[in-house]
Write a protein that binds this ligand. Structure first.
Ligand code: ZN
Length: 155
């Protein structure tokens, strides 16, 4: 009896450390279609040949799988829609991908970024409730800025 309990406890400790290491690792796998971050068990890997064998056209695969890799990784939602020959609503090919930031803008300071931004957002952030968690209160106001005027006024 005592022996089996030890065995179970060791198994439980192994399972617990495995769980904790997975949690620390976090969702790191990227879906080729929607660009979402997923845990490894949520992603299935395909190649273009495997998808063609399932009756999909090569052009459709090229447009839907925005992130080009040799192995196509798909989440459950994208997989379901692609298999029924549909483009997922949140697919990056629907124009949802971020633009590449030019090198000259990557080196700007926070103040320089603020000066050249076309809109400056104003919002009230306060502590909410007894837990003192910060949250947005009231409206958010976007003030449009004229970048040319801002840049010409600076010395
Ligand atoms: Zn996806």
């Amino acid at each position: 009896m005592h022996n089996t309990r030890d065995k179970y406890k060791n198994n439980f400790d192994a399972m617990k450390s495995n769980y904790e290491s997975k949690i620390k690792e976090g969702p790191t796998d990227i879906c080729s279609c929607c660009g979402g971050l997923w845990f490894a068990y949520s992603i299935r890997e395909y190649t273009v040949e495997m998808l063609v064998k399932k009756g999909l056209k090569k052009e459709f695969i090229d447009t839907v799988c925005y992130l080009k890799h040799a192995i196509i990784e798909l989440c459950a939602t994208c997989r379901k829609d692609i298999m029924s020959n549909k483009i997922t609503n949140l697919a990056l090919s629907n124009g949802l991908a971020f633009y590449e930031i030019p090198d000259c803008l990557k080196i700007l300071t926070e103040l320089e970024e603020r000066l050249i931004s076309p809109r400056i957002p104003f919002m009230v952030i306060r502590t909410l409730g007894f837990s003192k968690q910060f949250g947005l209160k009231g409206n958010l106001v976007n003030v449009p800025m004229n970048v040319d005027t801002n840049v010409s006024i600076l010395p």
